[in-house]
Each structure stands twice: as C-alpha cells, then as structure tokens.
Design a protein around this ligand. Structure first.
Ligand code: NAD
Length: 263
C-alpha cells in the first residue's frame, strides 16, 4: 500500500455531527491518515458504533448538542482529557429546513441558524482556547456548502448561516494566525446523505415532479456531469486543509461540487 501523502500521526481531531453522512466519512478519513478522532453528535449510540468500528484507541464518541454551550465546553474538555490535546476541529453538524420565507417561523429560523452558526462559534471558541494553551497551532474547518456562495429558494436560514461561516473563518484566520491556528471552509455540492435524501420527496411534492426529476432537474441541474458529490470527495478536501502545514492556506473556502458553483 502507498503511504498516505498527508500524515496526521499524533494529531487529535474533533468532528461534530460525525455519527452520519459527511462527518462520518471525515472521521474515517482522518483516522486513516493517522489522527485520533472524537466523534461528537446528538446521536451517541451511532457515534459509539462508528468509534468502535474505527478500532480501539483511535476514536471516541462524545455526546454533544452543538448548540448548547455547556455541552460543547464539556465535550472539548473530554477530548483533551482523553487524548491529551486537540489539533483539528471540523465543525460539521447540520440540518436542513425547506420552506418559503413567508411561511417560515422565527423558531425554525433560530433552530437552523443555531445549529450551523452558533455551533461554529461555540466549538471554535473552545477549540481555539485549547489550541492556544498547547501552543502548537491548529486547523479549524467549517462544513460550508455551495450554499455558502449561491442561493436556492426555500432555504433562507441555511443559506444565510452557510454564507456567514465564510465570514467567521476569515475572522478566525486573522485572530488565530499569531498562534498558528488556521481556519478554512469546505463547500460541498449535493451529497446523498440523509440530510439530502429527506429533501427529495419534499421537493417532488412541492414542485409536482418525480423524485428522479428532482435529482436531475433541481439538485444536479448546474453540475458539469449530473453527478452527486460523494462523502469521500468532501473528506479528501477536509484532509487537505487539516494537513496543510502553514498559515499560507487560511481564511479560504474550497468548493467541491462537480462544477455546480465555479469562481
Ligand atoms: P447528515 O444528516 O447525514 O448528518 C448530520 C449529523 O449532524 C447527524 O449525525 C446529526 O445527528 C448531527 N446533528 C444534527 N444536529 C446536531 C446538533 N444540534 N448537535 C450535534 N449533532 C447534530 O447530514 P450531512 O449531509 O452529512 O451534513 C453534514 C454537514 O454537511 C452539514 O453541515 C450540512 O449542512 C453540510 N452539507 C451537506 C451537503 C449535502 O448535500 N449532504 C451539502 C453541503 C453541505
């Protein structure tokens, strides 16, 4: 087997929302690259199953609602206690909510923006404090989206929060540089995870078209090849940011979307 080009041997990562979908693939990829990984999620049972499948000593499950300050603080402290350090944060937990603005409740706006944006702040603050104490730098990666750059109808809180993550990453890049802490955003196109699978029948009902037509005419309409992005594609981009060795690559966002969005 070829040795991995990027080695994260001796590094510790915390991935939120890692019990499912993209987060789970990121956790698997970081472990394959040599890191020890904390799998943080609301779904502790699923996080524990994934941690166990990755092998003993390399992964732990952490119960965490990323919108709850005390749970984020306790979760980050547990990771540092268990593995002795924290080098990489992947702020990834997320949900989708599809509804026109004129029908949207303030409660749903707050719920969706809290999971994406409040959580990014809370996990960043806790991780930066740990990284500053260690004095060995670190890498903070936000799971943005093509919706960090483009808009679709009916996804106002999601699109607004995903755009805001780019602003947050730029501030963290500026504040973190003195300590060697970098911040970047990975922006996937549509990936067939439970988050997207749930939307397909909703779109079909709303638009009065088949689920196949939703895939080809709505979700993948602007890609170069009509293909979904895979969880492995996204994990590879996260690994690139995680393993990069200097402040040369910070405050950036990288779109991984089969050309849906091009800059
Ligand atoms: P998913 O539904 O497969 O996984 C999301 C995970 O987040 C779940 O395990 C869930 O339990 C967890 N989670 C939700 N709320 C939480 C909370 N409050 N605290 C802790 N954990 C919580 O979804 P996914 O597609 O893997 O999405 C992961 C990230 O990728 C999200 O930020 C999403 O916006 C982003 N993203 C997804 C796509 C896509 O097409 N799937 C595209 C672009 C960006």
């Amino acid at each position: 087997m070829q040795p991995d080009a990027v080695t994260l041997q001796g590094r510790v990562a915390l991935v939120t929302g890692a019990a499912s979908g993209i987060g789970a693939a990121v956790a698997r990829r970081l472990v394959a690259a040599g890191a020890q990984v904390a799998i943080a999620d609301l779904d502790l049972a699923q996080a524990e199953r994934l941690a166990a499948s990755l092998g003993s000593g390399v992964a732990i499950a952490v119960a965490m609602d990323v919108t709850e300050e005390a749970q984020v603080e306790a979760g980050v402290a547990a990771v540092v206690q268990q593995f002795g350090r924290l080098d990489i944060l992947v702020s990834n937990a997320g949900v989708q909510h599809v509804q026109p603005i004129v029908e949207l409740s303030l409660a749903d706006w707050r719920r969706v923006t809290a999971i994406h944006l409040d959580a990014a702040f809370l996990t960043t603050r806790a991780a930066m404090r740990a990284m500053q104490t260690q004095g060995a730098g670190g890498s903070i990666i936000y799971m943005g989206s093509v919706h960090s750059k483009e808009a679709s109808p009916y996804k106002a809180p999601y699109v607004a929060a995903k755009h805001a993550l780019i602003g947050l990453a730029k501030v963290v890049a500026r504040e973190g540089a003195v300590d060697g802490i970098r911040a970047n955003v990975v922006c996937p196109g549509f990936v067939l995870t439970p988050l997207v699978q749930r939307q397909i029948p909703e779109h079909a009902a709303r638009l009065g078209i088949s689920e196949d037509a939703v895939r080809s005419q709505v979700l993948l309409k602007d890609t170069v090849d009509g293909e979904f992005t895979t969880v492995e594609d996204v994990a590879e981009a996260v690994l690139f940011f995680a393993g990069f060795g200097s402040n040369a690559l910070t405050g950036q966002s990288l779109v991984v979307s089969h050309g849906w969005s091009m800059q």
